[in-house]
Design a protein around this ligand. Structure first.
Ligand SMILES: *Cc1c(COP(=O)(O)O)cnc(C)c1O
Ligand SMILES: [Zn+2]
Length: 445
């Protein structure tokens, strides 16, 4: 047994219900509110801030199981009750914090960074949370609990991560997809990893309803982001960021938001570091939404006084095409504590922002494009000081979204005017023509 305790708690402090982490539960039984994982900070404070920094730094990017994973290297703060033998890990985190020097210079700022969370096992940050969720399931199974399978209703990055971690641990995974509404690229990861892929004759909401019913009535474990174990893994993004800056806190962090679990996780990571004394200030947070799925943005315009779900329209940033985000209450709570801003990006803005930054050597997914587009808009509005240190969270690898890239450069994306399209020159195989074409191009750039 670990000396550090953690448990599920209702997010409503007036309700105050708590539940053990190995119980199959997603909402408070008393008041139906969301749950979150809480830690015994009194016990954690027995170590000094410097001791924790040294522990985390000593484990970072090493091979010692399971601490080489940047999630499990912070195990005492994440999910201490899982035994090391039950951890299902594929070396999460420790992703590149890329200094976007050339892009920064182009816009007159020098301290711009892109945190490449998509450079990971299944190509998105979803691995950070899924390693915790699947490890808890394995722990429950080892204690004799019957869990026939783990299921989710996402089409993209969540189902890819779920399928990979379950495959690695030999736990059956079930993925619910709406028939004819997902691309081959979205299907290929769960199919390859041997998940049971169910293609239902309904839409996403229909799949979500079905997976919840199937899970509650059959003891199948639900992996959608209502499950707050995932937040604990994802909050290590903040801890790792500070670690990479030698425990300095950046001024701003910009992150794309859909179901709003990740912005909540980011804030939670900073709050525990501040509580335990590893940092002494908080950054300002910006949540970036696609204009086609912007309920949080609309609520922000109204000082978060009200929140109304919207009907999300089709967006290139399909992982954040969500009109009724599960974690909205957590996200608003975090944004209020971090003097947060919500900004939106149109299809045109997200695609061109991704493309202009691609030209400086990165390869951005459309969701990262939303964050970059929001950043450029806030820059125009004069929100930043030129000396500010700004971190943009890149949530997935661009290679997962090649249709988006190809469509952009072929100028075939709806609602997008591809300002930076780069199309191949078609030439005859004739030396003089080729040489002239090369020199007319490279001298004009
Ligand atoms: C899931 C996902 C998001 C959104 O995260 P939320 O927690 O739903 O707000 C953003 N980008 C990518 C690539 C994702 O897979
Ligand atoms: Zn409650």
């Amino acid at each position: 047994m670990s000396e550090y305790k953690s448990w599920f708690s209702c997010i409503d402090d007036e309700c105050g219900e708590t539940y053990p982490l190995d119980e199959i539960i997603y909402r408070c039984r008393k008041c139906d509110n969301l749950l979150e994982v809480r830690h015994d900070t009194v016990a954690l404070k027995k170590k000094s801030a410097q001791e924790w920094r040294d522990i985390f730094d000593g484990r970072y990017r090493r091979q010692l199981w399971p601490h080489g994973s940047s999630v499990w290297g912070k195990k005492e703060w994440v999910c201490p009750f899982v035994e090391d033998d039950n951890i299902v890990s594929m070396y999460e985190g420790a992703t590149n914090l890329f200094w976007a020097e050339r892009f920064g210079k182009q816009i007159g700022m020098e301290d711009i960074w892109i945190k490449m969370c998509g450079n990971s096992h299944t190509g998105s940050f979803k691995d950070l949370g899924m390693t915790v969720l699947v490890s808890v399931v394995k722990q429950m199974m080892s204690q004799g609990k019957e869990v026939p399978a783990v299921a989710c209703a996402s089409t993209g990055d969540t189902s890819a991560a779920l399928a990979a971690y379950c495959a690695s641990a030999e736990i059956p995974a079930i993925v619910f997809l709406p028939k004819d509404k997902v691309s081959i690229a979205q299907l290929v990861q769960p199919i390859s990893n041997g998940a049971l892929v169910l293609s239902l004759d309904t839409d996403f909401d229909g799949c979500m309803e079905m997976v919840q019913k199937v899970c509650t009535e059959n003891n199948i474990y639900l992996a959608n982001s209502i499950n707050s174990l995932r937040i604990e893994g994802q909050k290590t993004i903040s801890i790792e960021l500070c670690q990479q800056f030698d425990w300095e806190v950046p001024d701003w962090i910009i992150i794309p938001g859909g179901n709003l679990g990740n912005i909540s996780a980011l804030g939670k990571g900073f709050l525990i570091m501040k509580d335990l004394g590893l940092i002494d200030k908080l950054p300002r947070l910006v949540c970036a939404q696609a204009e086609h799925a912007n309920p949080l943005y609309l609520s922000y315009l109204n000082n978060f006084e009200e929140f109304h779900p919207v009907k999300a329209k089709k967006t290139l940033a399909n992982a954040i095409q969500i009109g009724n985000p599960v974690s909205v209450n957590k996200a608003i709570n975090i944004l209020k504590q971090f003097d947060g801003i919500v900004e939106q990006a149109s299809e045109d803005e997200l695609a061109n922002a991704a493309a202009i930054v691609d030209k400086t050597g990165t390869f951005n997914c459309p969701h990262t494009g939303v964050a970059l587009g929001a950043f450029l808009k806030l820059k125009e509005k004069g929100v930043f000081d030129p000396k500010d240190r700004v971190v943009i969270i890149s949530t997935a690898h661009g290679l997962k979204f090649v249709e988006f890239k190809i469509g952009y450069h072929k100028k075939e994306l709806e609602g997008v005017c591809s300002k930076y399209a780069n199309t191949p020159l078609e030439l005859p195989a004739d030396y003089d023509t080729v040489r002239d074409a090369i020199f007319s191009k490279i001298s004009s750039n």
